[in-house]
Each structure stands twice: as structure tokens, then as C-alpha cells.
Design a protein around this ligand. Structure first.
Ligand code: NAI
Length: 339
């Protein structure tokens, strides 16, 4: 036995060891009883890479957990009470923390209109995460993402536990929408449409780069651009006061979590667009930017360059950068004034 072990190379040995350690993946959802939280939790329960699913909300999390726990997949599901100790226990040992807690839009509202309510919700949850899960990957879904991600960063920085490689604003839905909308125009299968969407996650900060897709002719298609940038409004309007995208968002959030878990478990070349602490436009005062990011066991592995864009796309990028700068500053200022 000993001899056989010694026969393993160092690399094989560490792989065998780390693979089993990494296969234990606790995923926590904060805001698990909401419109996004419930279907997101359901999709995570169906993911065999998740071994421990922790659900927290200020209401109903134990109920949602009891319901989901009857699904016959292997993972253990626990719902936590809305107390500081419940929140701490939900977070302890988490590899991934998804945050869809907060209020959604009503017709006529922009994502920025949510700032006043959601900023403090995200700040308080970030404080708990910095305390109980400082090494977790934090996936922020709560809007306005352009401001809530900087809020989490500031809270982690103040406590000396900020790791820019482990903080993500979830912009996957913009890419999911773009590929779907393009496929409707081109009569193709959306899974084959790989549309790069960069910038941020609201209105003009959402910048699709059709010149880099297999349909460069779509650059300048104003109707399509508007649909990608303001697609969320279609859902808000159709739900008529009852909220914003929840089911498609749950799918997008679950896809992003799955990508992170695949990368953590050693898969190479896992690339997702996401809003991260990024060097791309820091010289213009923009600390966070969404672009294609290669994921790895340490979170962000490599931030891709924007690449070649057309003059028209450059104008869209310029508009995005101006707005993003303000959105990011707003988040930073909020924490400075309301620590
Ligand atoms: P919802 O109102 O249905 O659910 C929010 C949940 O958060 C509720 O169950 C509520 O009890 C819970 N919550 C509130 N304060 C909390 C706290 N302090 N701790 C834990 N849980 C708390 O809203 P919905 O539709 O699920 O949307 C959630 C957020 O996601 C909104 O801010 C919305 O704008 C955003 N969103 C983001 C998208 C993206 O692409 N990143 C897409 C769609 C929505």
C-alpha cells in the first residue's frame, strides 16, 4: 500500500487529493425565497456539482428548503432562520455565495431607482459574508449591479479580506438574451450564437459587440441593440408591476455558478462574461468592467481584452464608460457615508 502510494507522482497524488476535496461544494443563496431565489435554488439542487445547498432569506427560507430538499438528488439542503446566527451558519464554509436579495423593478423604473433600498441590503449581507465566508466567490445579482458590486468590494476592503479575483457581478443574462435575440433574427440555434457583451448591467452600459460574432452585419441594427440593452424592460412591462426577470435570471445565475464550479474542479478554458475588478479601463477611472473572463480554481484566471471593435461600437463603449464611472462612484460613496 505504502509502496503503491509512493509510486504515484507528486502531481498525480496532489490531483487525486485535491479533486476529492474540491468536489465538496457548498453553495449559499441569500434571498433564496424570492422570485429569482426560488428557481435558482431549484436549479442548484439539480446540479450534481453542488453537495451542500444553504438557503437564507428574511422570510420563508426554511419552507423553500423543505420543499426543495425532497428532490431526489444527492445534495443536502438547509434553510436558515432570518437571524444573524442563521445568516452566519448559511455562509460558513461556502465556496459560492449568490446574492439575489433585494427589491426588483416596477414599470417605469431604472435599475438605478433600486439603489436606495438595495444598497443597504447588499452592504449588510456583504458584511456577514466578509465575516463568515471571506474566501468564497461572491456572485452579485441584486441591482443595480454596477453599484452593488463596488459596495461589496468596499465592505471587504474595509475588513482586509478583499480578493478581486473572487467578486463577480452576474451579467450572464445579457449574453443569454443577446444570443436568443440574434437567433430569432438569423433563424439559428441560440446555443451556437456566441455574442460578446461587455460594459456593465444596465441600459447603455450593456454593449454587445456584434462585429466579433459570426454576424458582423448586425452592427448598426438599432432595434436589436435596443432590445439587448433594454430587454429587461420587456419583462418588467409584461409582468405589469409584479417584478422583473426571475426565471431567465435564475437560469443565467445557475449557469454562472456551474461555470465557476467546473473551473474550480479543474476544467480549463471556462469563459464567462462578468462584471469584475478589471484593469481594462482603470486609466479612465473605471474600476469594474464586464468582459469575457476565464475562470479557474482561484476565481478570475484571466480577463480578456476587448479586442477589435468598429467605430460605432467604440461610441457605445464611450457612453458605457461615462455611465459606469458614475454608477461605481455612487456605490463607493454610499459605503463611505454609510459604513
Ligand atoms: P423578489 O422581491 O422576488 O425577491 C427578493 C428576495 O430578497 C425576497 O425573498 C426578500 O425577502 C429577500 N430579501 C430582502 N432583503 C433581504 C435581506 N436583507 N437578506 C436576505 N434576503 C432578503 O425580487 P427578485 O425578482 O428575486 O429580484 C431580486 C434582485 O435581482 C432585484 O434587485 C433585481 O433587480 C435583481 N435582478 C438582477 C438581474 C441581473 O441580471 N443581475 C436580473 C433580474 C433581476
Amino acid at each position: 500500500m505504502f509502496a503503491a502510494r509512493r509510486a504515484l507522482t507528486g502531481v498525480a497524488q496532489s490531483r487525486a487529493f485535491s479533486a476529492s476535496a474540491r468536489d465538496l461544494s457548498k453553495v449559499t443563496v441569500l434571498g433564496a425565497a424570492g422570485g429569482i431565489g426560488q428557481p435558482l435554488s431549484l436549479l442548484l439542487k439539480l446540479n450534481p456539482r453542488v453537495t451542500d445547498l444553504a438557503l437564507y432569506d428574511i422570510r420563508l427560507a426554511p419552507g423553500v428548503a423543505a420543499d426543495i430538499s425532497h428532490i431526489n438528488t444527492k445534495s443536502k439542503v438547509t434553510g436558515y432562520d432570518p437571524t444573524p446566527s442563521g445568516l452566519a451558519a448559511a455562509l460558513k464554509g461556502a465556496e459560492i455565495v449568490l446574492i439575489p436579495a433585494g427589491v426588483p423593478r416596477k414599470p417605469g423604473m431604472t435599475r438605478d431607482d433600486l439603489f436606495n433600498t438595495n444598497a443597504s441590503i447588499v452592504r449588510d449581507l456583504a458584511k456577514a459574508a466578509a465575516e463568515s465566508a471571506p474566501d468564497a466567490n461572491i456572485l452579485v445579482i441584486s441591482n443595480p449591479v454596477n453599484s452593488t458590486v463596488p459596495i461589496v468590494a468596499e465592505i471587504f476592503k474595509a475588513r482586509g479580506v478583499y480578493n478581486p479575483k473572487r467578486l463577480f457581478g452576474v451579467t450572464t443574462l445579457d449574453v443569454v438574451r443577446a444570443s436568443r435575440f440574434v437567433s430569432e433574427i438569423k433563424n439559428t440555434d441560440p446555443k451556437d450564437e456566441n455574442i460578446t457583451v461587455v460594459g456593465g448591467h444596465s441600459g447603455v452600459t450593456i454593449v454587445p459587440l456584434f462585429s466579433q460574432s459570426s454576424h458582423p452585419d448586425l452592427v448598426g441594427n438599432a432595434e436589436l441593440l435596443n432590445r439587448v440593452q433594454f430587454g429587461g424592460d420587456e419583462v418588467v412591462k409584461a409582468k405589469d408591476g409584479a417584478g422583473s426577470a426571475t426565471l431567465s435570471m435564475a437560469m443565467a445565475g445557475a449557469r454562472f455558478a456551474e461555470s465557476l464550479l467546473r473551473a474550480a474542479q479543474g476544467e480549463k478554458g471556462v469563459v464567462e462574461p462578468t462584471f469584475v475588478d478589471s484593469p481594462l479601463y482603470k486609466d479612465q477611472g473605471v474600476e469594474f468592467f464586464a468582459s469575457k473572463v476565464e475562470l479557474g480554481p482561484n476565481g478570475v484566471e484571466k480577463i480578456h481584452e476587448i479586442g477589435k471593435v468598429t467605430g460605432e461600437e467604440q461610441k457605445l463603449l464611450d457612453a458605457a464608460i461615462a455611465d459606469l464611472k458614475k454608477n461605481i462612484e455612487k456605490g463607493v460613496a454610499f459605503v463611505a457615508q454609510n459604513p
